[in-house]
Design a protein around this ligand. Structure first.
Ligand code: T5A
Length: 211
C-alpha cells in the first residue's frame, strides 16, 4: 500500500510503558504544532470503545476465537473511521497497539492457528500496516510489577505464563520484520526510552522533533 502519511505503532506487554510514551509523544507533537492523529487499541471510536469494554471486563468468559474477532472488529471500525482517512490525507498516525498485538496475544499467547489469526488481522486492517513499530521490551515479571497497583482487567488476569508467551511472540515478530520493528529495552528509565523513540522517528522520516 502506498501511504502518503506516516503510520507508527507502539507495542509491548502490559507495563512496558506504551501508553506512557504514546502520551509523551502526543504532548511533544502538540507542543511542536505537529499535526498527527493519536489512537489507541482496542478503542478510539464509539464502537471500538464499546468493544473494549466487553473485551477487558473480567466478568465475561470469552472464548479465544471470540476474543480474536472482537479485537479485529474493534480495529476494523477504527481503520475505516480514522486511520485510513487520516493516512490518505497525508497525516501522521500514532497508535498505542495495532495489528501486532493480535499476532502476539491471540496468536502466540492464546495459541490460535497463526495462519487464521493473520488472515483475520489482515481483513481488519485493510492492508494499512505501520511503516515503523516500536516494541517496548520488558521481562513479564517487571511489566506486571509496574501495573500491580491497579485492578487487573480480563486480559491481565490471564497470568504470567501467558504474558511470557506474548513477550516471546513480540520478539519473534521483531525478528521476522526487522525493517519495520525497532525493539527498545524498556527496563531503561522513561527518558532514555523516549529519547530512542524520538531519534528513531527523526532518522527514519527526516523530521526534527526537537525533543
Ligand atoms: N490486546 C490488545 C489483545 O489481546 N489483542 C489485541 O489485538 C489488542 C489491540 C489492552 C489489552 O488488550 C490486549 C492487550 C492488553 O492486555 P490496555 O488497557 O490498553 O488493554 O492495556 P495495555 O495496552 O497493556 O496498557 P498498560 O497500561 O497495561 O501497559 P503500558 O501502556 O505498557 O503501561 P503504562 O505506560 O501505563 O505504564 C505502566 C506503569 O509503568 C510505569 C508508568 O509510569 C506506569 O506507572 N513505567 C515505567 N517505569 C519505569 N521505567 C519505565 N521505562 C517505565 N515505563 C512505564
Amino acid at each position: 500500500m502506498n501511504l502518503k502519511g506516516v503510520f507508527i505503532s507502539i507495542e509491548g506487554i502490559e507495563g512496558a510503558g506504551k501508553t506512557t510514551h504514546w502520551l509523551m509523544l502526543k504532548n511533544l507533537f502538540e507542543k511542536r504544532r505537529f499535526n498527527a492523529v493519536f489512537v489507541r487499541e482496542p478503542g478510539g471510536t464509539h464502537v471500538s470503545e464499546a468493544i473494549r469494554d466487553i473485551l477487558l471486563n473480567p466478568q465475561w468468559n470469552i472464548h479465544a476465537e471470540s476474543e480474536l474477532f472482537l479485537y479485529a472488529a474493534s480495529r476494523a471500525q477504527r481503520v475505516r473511521e480514522i486511520i485510513a482517512p487520516a493516512v490518505k490525507d497525508g497525516l501522521w498516525v500514532v497508535s498505542d497497539r495495532y495489528h501486532d498485538a493480535t499476532i502476539a496475544y491471540q496468536g502466540y499467547g492464546r495459541g490460535l492457528d497463526m495462519k487464521f489469526v493473520k488472515e483475520v488481522t489482515q481483513a481488519s486492517t485493510l492492508g494499512y500496516v505501520p511503516q515503523l513499530t516500536f516494541i517496548l521490551d520488558v521481562p513479564a515479571e517487571k511489566g506486571m510489577l509496574r501495573i500491580s497497583n491497579r485492578e487487573p482487567d480480563r486480559m491481565e488476569q490471564s497470568g504470567l505464563k501467558f504474558i511470557k508467551k506474548v513477550r516471546r511472540g513480540y520478539l519473534r515478530i521483531a525478528k521476522e520484520e526487522q525493517k519495520r520493528c525497532v525493539v527498545i529495552d524498556a527496563k531503561q528509565p522513561k527518558e532514555k526510552v523516549f529519547e530512542k523513540i524520538i531519534t528513531t522517528i527523526e532518522e527514519r522520516f527526516g523530521v526534527n522533533l526537537g525533543g
